[in-house]
Ligand binder design. Structure first.
Ligand SMILES: Cc1cc2nc3c(=O)[nH]c(=O)nc-3n(C[C@H](O)[C@H](O)[C@H](O)COP(=O)(O)OP(=O)(O)OC[C@H]3O[C@@H](n4cnc5c(N)ncnc54)[C@H](O)[C@@H]3O)c2cc1C
Length: 330
């Protein structure tokens, strides 16, 4: 791929990037996907709420996606884009290994990084029984004992949502302030137990969470613990383009960063689109895939405008040349 040229380079080959690449390859655009193979849900065994493929392994879904992109001539390479720059000749993408490729447009679908709360054991159980997304894994822990770790804003609200999946929900304050007023009333009304103490570690037996240990040594028995990560866009490669992530807030609380874009994925840098979790932290697999398709449609339309302008210029030059030949022969 050294110095190869493409219509579009897709940075990131998760579902957002692959879905965009599929639509572009089917639109007969030359496409290169560069993927570092570190998708966000790598630790999960199954994907849920992906209509038609509910329960599929994440790696299998992406492998099928890569095969579909390749079927239409899309190229896929394993690697990490270190930098992307723009000059009069379009975009130049440089991989960490030094390989380079050029493109007329970029689709950036690099996802996000989840920074987990600093409680021993959470990282090891992440995506298995340390969970964050009720719609992804709530069904799998239905009616079990679920502890909601209150390290972020809106924990009472989160506990109330998880109550939909189980009558046994415990709010773990981890040394933080106890809810008061309306929030205290919600907890009482929903029979959500509140545990005040600071947690020192997750307790695991065999290969399953059995509880959390409090600073006093007491263990609160649990089948799953809900944690709230900080979400940061993976956007280092875009810095040279001047496309930096900005802070993201929910109800006045900073929850991470994202690359701003309009709902179709258009960014502030002409020619650069984004799709999936890099811009929309709330995207699930199927909505990230849909965002990749939406961006691809917009990119193809943008290229069609450029192609038409070039065709019109060539057409006018041809007419002018024909007219000049006719004038010379008269
Ligand atoms: C534990 C867990 C379980 C989940 N379960 C579900 C579920 O059941 N159902 C559901 O709908 N959603 C689930 N999600 C959410 C789901 O993971 C995201 O919606 C989805 O991964 C977003 O897709 P994406 O393509 O935007 O990003 P990703 O899937 O993260 O893909 C981004 C890709 O870009 C690559 N990349 C990043 N930077 C570069 C670079 N510079 N150069 C090249 N490549 C790069 C990464 O390595 C990665 O392969 C889960 C999330 C987690 C954390």
């Amino acid at each position: 791929m050294m110095d190869a040229r493409y219509d579009v380079i897709v940075v990131g080959g998760g579902v957002a990037g692959l879905s965009g690449a599929l639509a572009l390859a089917r639109a007969r655009r030359s496409v290169l996907v560069v993927d570092a193979h570190q998708p966000r849900n790598a630790s999960a065994d199954h994907v849920h709420n992906y209509l038609g493929r509910d329960g599929v392994a994440p790696a299998e879904l992406r492998a099928v996606g890569r095969e579909e992109v390749s079927r239409y001539g899309g190229e896929i390479v394993a690697g990490r884009v270190g930098t992307a720059t723009k000059d009069t000749d379009g975009f130049l993408v440089t991989l960490d290994g030094g390989q380079r490729a050029r493109a007329r447009r970029l689709l950036v679908a690099t996802g996000l990084v989840d920074t987990l709360p600093d409680v021993p054991g959470v990282a090891e159980r992440w995506g298995r029984d340390a969970l964050h997304c009720p719609h992804c894994t709530g069904w799998e822990v239905r009616d079990r004992t679920i502890g909601v770790l209150a390290t972020a804003a809106m924990s009472t609200h989160r506990a109330a949502v998880w109550r939909q999946w189980s009558p046994h929900v415990v709010l773990l304050l981890h040394g933080g302030p106890a809810p008061t007023g309306d929030e205290a009333e919600w907890l009482a009304a929903l029979d959500i137990t509140v545990v005040a103490g600071r947690i020192t570690e997750l307790v695991v037996a065999g290969d399953a969470l059995t509880g959390v240990r409090l600073a006093g040594g007491e263990v609160v028995a649990l089948d799953a613990v809900v944690v709230t990560p900080r979400y940061d866009a993976r956007a280092d490669a875009l810095a040279a383009l001047g496309l930096s992530p900005v802070s993201m807030e929910v109800a006045g609380h900073v929850i991470g960063t994202h690359v701003p874009a309009d709902p179709g994925g258009t960014t502030a840098i002409p020619g650069v689109w984004v799709a999936g979790n890099v811009t929309a932290v709330g995207d699930h697999m199927i909505t990230a895939a849909a965002a990749g398709l939406t961006a691809a449609v917009a990119i193809n339309a943008d290229l069609a405008v450029e192609d038409t302008r070039a065709a019109v210029d060539a057409y006018r030059r041809r007419l002018a040349a024909d007219a000049a030949v006719r004038a010379a022969s008269e």
